[in-house]
Write a protein that binds this ligand. Sequence first.
Ligand code: 5GP
Length: 130
Amino acid sequence: MTSTGQEPSIFSRIAAREIPATIVAETDRIIAFEDIAPQAPVHVVITTRTQQYRNVVELAAGDPGLLAELVSVAAGIAAERSNGQFRLVFNTGEASGQTVFHVHAHLLAQPGPGSPAGDDSLGEGSLAFR
Ligand code: 5GP
């Protein structure tokens, strides 16, 4: 249980190293890791260490600075892996496809030349994630 009385989310458990994941960036308040079921050649989940906010609307209202930090981490990953070009998707609500109710963004991109995400097994062209 967390201090708010909630069970830890799957993302909190990844941040606590209870569940393995390929972590690609971390700050004091943000953690980013490879999505387990990638929908694009570069597909990184970027989330807050706190699970206090269920979605981006709550985060924007409750801690806009933390949302800005999340976007900054996304931009940094994209600068390294996809020439700074990317999509950032926040599924918000079950009907939109949200399955984990701990705010997170999907960073979706094509790998840039020479980037470490050279696996293009998901193909060239437009991103698959919808
Ligand atoms: P949502 O559907 O809530 O927008 O996104 C949740 C994402 O978390 C999905 O893309 C899903 O593949 C990813 N995910 C769920 N469980 C795990 C896990 O245990 N490890 C990792 N790395 N990603 C996960």
